[in-house]
Design a protein around this ligand. Structure first.
Ligand code: 8YV
Length: 330
């Protein structure tokens, strides 16, 4: 009987996904969800036919140099592939796939939730009651900022940016965006979105800025100290994409100095470590910080797992997997 391909999965996945993987492949699963050590990863790439990593695994050139001849597919459990040296993988004849589309709505929901949380001080309000600190209502207490009628500037108008725009329109925000390429006119019309070729000019005019682009060498610190300084003092910024896109130290400095009104961050430059200055600001309720949970829904994780399985199965059946990561996307 033909040997089933060895599929090494680096983290625990939803039960239904693991069951299906066991049926289809020789699946080496991580049922304890113990994060892989560098030694585990070397062992994985040496032995696997297919590797299923997540954002918590660094798949760099030196690791790929140790890959065994069987490793032919890296089927990432996630959309962002900035933790994988895709160029090196492709040059070694390893196909890379990801899971686009299935986490769009959940991530857009979380982005909207962060905008509301920051603008309306929701986490602070939710803390005060259980702590017994509510002395009673007052007309001038806990005043946030109205979002209806304000301008939202979306940096990166891909799937998530567009899903956010649809939600934000329902909240009465006007939509502005900056993107590598202008989106088709039909989408611009549907969203009544204004395109800004100049990110600098857009930043200077927005009340809320949301980061929704992928992290690539071109977007590393795209929101640099210089660019953050262009924003209005009363503006807020939210990031559910990747921490590396904002210069976190510069952001912390501006928030401390009151040069920006607030921030909502679900992602950080050095996860799971978080800049202590941001943690301090969170204790003072000047920022809302979440532990990278933008796409964390039960349904989303199952959909991601199903996408991974389809990519693996199609590849092993000798066809092009639907979600190949191509050099033009990097
Ligand atoms: C996932 C994400 O939680 O898919 C992505 O790019 O950022 C996430 O929301 C994570 O990447 C899973 O690997």
């Amino acid at each position: 009987m033909k040997k089933k391909p060895l599929v090494v999965v680096t983290r625990k996945l939803p039960e239904v996904v693991e069951t299906r993987m066991r049926e289809l492949f020789d699946a080496r699963l991580n049922i304890d969800d113990r994060p892989m050590t560098p030694t585990d990863l070397v062992e994985a790439v040496r032995t696997a036919d297919v590797l299923v990593p997540t954002i918590t695994d660094r798949i760099d050139a030196s690791l790929l140099a140790q890959a065994g001849g069987h490793l032919k597919l890296i089927a990432n459990f996630g959309t962002g592939v900035d933790h994988i040296d895709v160029q090196t993988a492709l040059s070694r004849g390893i196909t890379v796939t990801n899971t686009p589309g299935v986490l769009t709505q959940d991530t857009a929901d979380m982005t909207m939730a962060l905008i509301l949380a920051v603008a309306r001080h929701i986490p602070e309000g939710a803390r005060i009651l259980p702590e017994g600190e509510w002395a009673g209502w007052s007309p001038t207490w806990m005043l946030g900022r109205r979002i209806t009628g304000k301008r939202l500037g979306i940096v990166g108008m891909g799937r998530i940016g567009q899903a956010l725009a649809r939600r934000a329109r329902a909240f009465g925000l006007s939509i502005h965006y900056h993107n590598r390429r202008r989106v088709p006119a039909v989408i611009e019309e549907e969203l009544e979105a204004t395109y800004w070729e100049s990110l600098d000019q857009m930043l200077a005019r927005m009340d809320i800025v949301s980061v929704n682009c992928p992290h690539t060498p071109a977007t590393y610190h795209l929101l640099s100290a210089r660019r953050l300084k262009l924003m209005k003092r009363e503006a807020i910024i939210v990031n559910t994409a990747r921490g590396e896109i904002i210069d976190e130290t510069a952001l912390a400095r501006m928030l401390e100095a009151g040069e920006l009104a607030g921030a909502g961050l679900d992602v950080f430059e050095h996860e799971p470590a978080v800049n202590p200055r941001l943690l301090k600001l969170a204790k003072q309720h000047r920022v809302v910080l979440l532990p990278h949970m933008g796409s964390a829904t039960i349904e989303g994780r199952i959909d991601m797992g199903e996408k991974v399985i389809v990519n693996i199965k199609t590849f092993l059946d000798g066809h092009r997997p639907p979600d190949r990561v191509l050099p033009s996307m990097l």
